[in-house]
Design a protein around this ligand. Structure first.
Ligand code: GAP
Length: 514
């Protein structure tokens, strides 16, 4: 079971701010809850993550194309998609602490606590029985474990029923029966549970009478669905094919904590893959596997990812799972993969009165395609990479360093160009080298401070290579290249630099690993 590491999260947040990755939004006005700005290094890292996703999805798949649809859309779209009626979270307040919670999260936390108790029993028994311990036998026979498991199963059933039937009274009864207490006040003094719609709304049009309520999109997917026929026809796409999109989404989250994990304004990278009805489960499995490979190619550790099947399916899905990542808060959703059936296109047909069908030349028939969706949060990708890359190391000489071991292709800067001294023609030589490299790699130039200090600063922002220019460089065109992760140094000829960098940190090499 993943351990929660609050300390790590705090350090990552502080590091992200100190080194220009992520700032609280509107900071000089004391910030805006669950909204963040990306700084000079954060914007580069974010762009590189986008490029990695976009290249894999659209460039390496000749049957996937990308679009960029507007955030504002016709309000009926959200009626058709089910978001106006069903995109709700159950909210509950504690009357003593005045804190607001998602009731389903409180119940899920209670379930996690019961699961932890089972794990504790297992650990105790494993110690007691030693080599002869058999987990399966133990959990299926031990009275205490069976009791906990029964309670977990019952709770899951009651939660599913209450959510499915929109029965807030039954939901509240479940919170009471589980004797859930507020972590802050420690009391069970709860309000009733109310459904809260997560969509932000605003008004379009400058004249009040003409004002039209519109929504800020809570997912980018609908922009793809409503353009399905435009793209299919103009791109002469044949099923199976996909439409990809990266863009902002907005959700008025009830509880938005944990830094950029749950924000009110965030970015999604989504792809809808249109398939023949009946073939969706085949493609669902294919996309699960492809997406997992894309994540794992980053080299953050295969054990840090796992699939988690959804028990409570969203209103549009016939199968769904998450790819979870081992965040500092434990394993949590990073990406969703959903088999969305023909729900969305069918519903848009009904609400718009326009046909959204595909003519299949092979079968000589029209049908509404089924859809397999992959949807990953860009900000969550950012957090998974940043938190996994943050390392505090004790060095042999007793000193310490903080290094961001970012996947080199995603690092904000690929190489730092460092003249050893600010004189003797070294800066001029360094600039000439930079002017050669900068067309292929994002370079960082720095001539201030001792070289050791400059190396540390580059470690802290995750620059994979430092190139030092010294007096010998002027004589023989060789430089010292220093590697971020090993801190080893090599003397190489200037003519070799480009190919070393290309091999070590180009997007092409990363994409080849998938
Ligand atoms: N179109 C399907 C859809 O939107 P979702 O599971 O609600 O599905 C997809 O969201 C992904 O978007 C999530 O896996 C997560 O990475 C990201 N995401 C969702 N809500 C978010 C939030 N409030 N802040 C940051 N990322 C979020």
């Amino acid at each position: 079971m993943a351990q929660q590491d609050d300390n790590l999260l705090k350090k990552v947040i502080a590091h992200a701010k100190e080194y220009g990755f992520v700032f609280p939004s509107s900071e000089i006005y004391d910030g805006l809850s669950a909204v963040y700005d990306y700084g000079q290094n954060g914007a580069e890292l974010k762009n590189n993550i986008k490029a990695y996703w976009w290249s894999f999805m659209t460039q390496l798949h000749d049957n996937i194309v990308g679009i960029d649809s507007a955030i504002f859309m016709h309000p009926t779209i959200w009626k058709a998609s089910g978001h106006v009626d069903a995109f709700n979270d159950p909210m509950i307040d504690n009357k003593d602490s005045k804190k607001r919670y998602r009731a389903d999260v409180l119940v899920e936390d209670a379930i996690s606590k019961m699961e932890d108790k089972i794990e504790k029993e297992v650990e105790k028994a494993a110690k007691r029985f030693g080599e002869s311990f058999n987990r399966e036998t133990f959990v299926s026979t031990n009275a205490r474990v069976l009791e906990y498991q029964k309670k977990i199963d019952e709770t899951n059933v009651r939660l599913k029923e209450a959510m499915g039937n929109n029965d807030m009274a039954a939901f509240k009864q479940l919170v009471d029966d589980l004797e859930i207490t507020d972590p802050i006040s420690g009391t069970k003094n709860w309000t009733e549970i109310r459904q809260f719609n997560l969509m932000f709304s605003t008004e379009m049009g400058s004249v009040a009478e003409d004002a039209n309520k519109i929504y800020l999109r809570p997912e980018t997917a609908q922009g793809i669905f409503v353009n399905f026929l435009n793209v299919q026809k103009t791109g002469r796409m044949k099923i199976p094919f996909g439409i990809a999109q990266i863009g902002k989404a907005f959700r008025n989250e009830i509880v938005a904590r944990q830094f950029i994990f749950r924000m009110r304004e965030f970015e999604q990278m989504e792809m809808q893959f249109f398939v023949k009805p009946g073939e969706e489960m085949k493609w669902y499995e294919i996309w699960k596997e492809k997406r997992m490979r894309w994540h794992q190619a980053l080299g953050l550790g295969a054990d840090n990812y796992r699939f988690h099947d959804h028990l409570n399916l969203a209103h549009y899905a016939n199968a769904a799972c998450d790819i979870q990542f081992n965040f500092p808060m434990g394993f949590k959703e990073l990406e969703g993969i959903h088999s969305r059936t023909d729900f969305d296109l069918k519903s848009h047909e009904k609400f718009s009165g326009k046909k959204l069908q595909y003519f299949d030349p092979e079968d000589n028939q029209n049908y509404i395609p089924y859809v397999v969706e992959t949807s990953v949060g860009l900000d969550r990708m950012f957090l998974s990479i940043l938190s996994n890359s943050y390392k505090e190391e004790k060095l042999e000489d007793g000193s310490e360093r903080v290094v961001l071991a970012l996947p080199p292709a995603l690092a904000p800067h690929k190489v730092a160009i460092l003249p050893l001294m600010k004189r003797d023609g070294l800066p001029e030589k360094a600039e000439a080298i930079m002017n050669e490299l900068k067309f292929d790699f994002r370079c960082y130039y720095e001539e201030k401070d001792a070289i050791g200090k400059r190396y540390r600063r580059m470690d802290a922002v995750g620059t994979p290579y430092c190139v030092t220019i010294d007096h010998d460089t002027l004589k023989d065109d060789t430089v010292t290249i220093r590697y971020r992760d090993t801190m080893k140094q090599d003397r190489v000829n200037l003519t070799e630099l480009k190919s070393i960098l290309e091999k070590g940190c180009s997007m092409k090499e990363l994409l080849k690993k998938i």
